[in-house]
Design a protein around this ligand. Structure first.
Ligand SMILES: Cc1cc2nc3c(=O)[nH]c(=O)nc-3n(C[C@H](O)[C@H](O)[C@H](O)COP(=O)(O)OP(=O)(O)OC[C@H]3O[C@@H](n4cnc5c(N)ncnc54)[C@H](O)[C@@H]3O)c2cc1C
Length: 427
């Protein structure tokens, strides 16, 4: 997922990948891999709502000024009400956010975007996800920050700079793959694992298919970063009914990026913009040349990546490239940032299973899968979908590192990574 797709010299990520970690080992490995090609970038991300920009993470003065005195009073009184009479227990995303920001601010700055991303009402999305995404923040804290009464240390959502490869995130992982090859390893791309054969609590072989036909790959250890739901479905002999049912209950959201390419430099300063306005279908806009100038071929060229969140099989997922480009062009016309006439070209990138959906009850389903898979002593679930966890790149990498350490006998557990739900990168 943290690859870079290239089209006529224009580059795009699947979602805009900031490199940020608190883990020294991973930081050093990123730095050693790319050296001076690993840029340091400052972050600017804003929310676009009612034809105005608001800083995100929210700066309370900016938000209240932008919304005007009546709306601001409304926000403050709804915050006080929520503070005095919080929803208990906090089960849903809406409960969690409203308790900390009040119902009015919730509906302005959280509801629309969140529902675009997840495709379900905030009343059915689990509070866990809010706790990860906007950890430590509340309107009260933001107000204290604004008047200088609290610093609070580093609040996760306020990270204001990050690292980024000059040619996009794919540059990092392509360089790592080259290192593996240079040391005699083999990286086989384009192989689809269709079956995983096990016997006496050990994974014995994978069956994969590629352009050149099917292959049997015997294995002594198996590290799986494919979606955990698919892993379970591909096990032979098959998993029991209750395990298959738990796998079928877990859902993912997918992402489509429609890149509109322009023959002019970008006129907006942001890295990305959240599109809260309900009249546009896109949820977020990426401005890749503000991540790195070299994401477009020439000084006077740029791109806008319109991100659409969807579910495999729904109307957006089934739409043709031409239909999606028309949709992004019409969203652009609503936003008015650029003229349609300046669009030079466009390309579409689809990525299935981009977000594990934290719906009510998902943890119980994941537990059923984990319990059943735990019997296979040479099988390690790693990565984001491999663990059905909202892992960032550093978490995903760490799960792989711990799995290898476990393989060589160290007492570590790949499932311990990000178990506390720390979300280092606010999106
Ligand atoms: C929109 C978006 C934005 C993000 N932004 C950031 C960010 O700013 N910073 C950050 O640190 N992280 C970010 N992340 C998270 C980051 O992308 C992930 O943590 C990371 O890419 C996960 O790596 P992975 O190897 O676990 O999964 P993946 O990169 O998805 O790798 C899984 C691989 O398994 C393959 N696969 C699946 N099924 C099979 C099969 N049957 N046979 C063979 N192969 C199979 C897939 O093709 C894929 O290559 C973002 C994620 C998204 C969705």
């Amino acid at each position: 997922m943290c690859k870079t797709v290239e089209h006529r010299g224009f580059r795009c990520d699947i979602g805009g990948h900031r490199f940020f970690t608190k883990n020294k080992e991973i930081q050093e490995s990123w730095e050693q891999t790319l050296g001076t090609e690993f840029l340091t970038r400052s972050r600017l991300s804003r929310i676009y709502y009612r034809a105005r920009f608001f800083y995100y993470p929210l700066r309370i003065g900016n938000a209240l000024l932008g919304l005007g005195p009546w709306e601001s009073l409304n926000i403050l009184s709804s915050y006080l009400t929520s503070h005095l009479f919080p929803v208990r227990p906090e089960v849903t995303f809406e409960d969690w956010v409203s308790n900390r920001f009040g119902k009015v601010l919730f509906s302005i700055f959280f509801k629309t975007y969140t529902e675009k991303v997840w495709g379900i009402p905030c009343t059915t999305l689990s509070a866990d996800w809010a706790a990860q995404r906007i950890r430590n923040l509340s309107l009260g804290r933001a107000l204290l920050n604004a008047v200088g009464l609290r610093n609070g240390g580093q609040v996760t959502s306020l990270i204001d700079s990050f690292r980024y490869p000059r040619l996009g995130p794919g540059q990092m992982y392509e360089a790592m793959a080259d290192q593996i090859t240079a040391r005699g390893g083999e990286v086989r791309l384009g192989q689809q694992v269709v079956e995983i054969h096990h016997e006496q609590n050990l994974v014995k072989a994978l069956i994969s298919v590629a352009g050149d036909g099917g292959h049997i790959v015997p294995c002594s250890h198996c590290f799986s970063s494919m979606p955990i739901t698919e892993l379970v479905q591909k096990m032979r002999p098959r998993a029991p009914e209750n395990v298959m049912a738990a796998a079928a209950s877990l859902r993912y959201r997918s992402i489509i990026t429609v890149n509109l390419l322009f023959r002019q430099a970008t006129i907006l300063p942001d890295n990305w913009i959240y599109l809260h306005s309900p009249e546009v279908r896109a949820g977020r806009l990426q401005l890749y040349t503000n991540w790195s100038r070299d994401m477009a071929p020439k000084e006077d060229s740029s791109s806008l990546g319109f991100e659409y969140f969807c579910t495999e099989g729904d109307d957006l997922w089934r739409a043709s490239d031409a239909e999606l480009i028309r949709l992004a062009t019409s969203d652009l016309a609503h936003l008015g940032f650029y003229s349609e006439r300046d669009i030079e070209d466009a390309f579409v990138v689809r990525y299935a299973k981009a977000y594990p959906v934290y719906e009510d009850g998902y943890l119980e389903h994941v537990a059923v899968l984990r319990d059943w898979l735990a019997q296979f002593s040479n099988l390690y679930c790693i990565g984001r979908y491999g663990q059905f966890r909202y892992n960032n790149m550093d978490h995903s990498i760490m799960t792989g590192m711990l799995a290898v350490r476990r393989m060589i006998g160290l007492p570590v557990d790949p499932w311990s990574v990000n178990a506390e739900g720390e979300y280092l990168e606010a999106k």
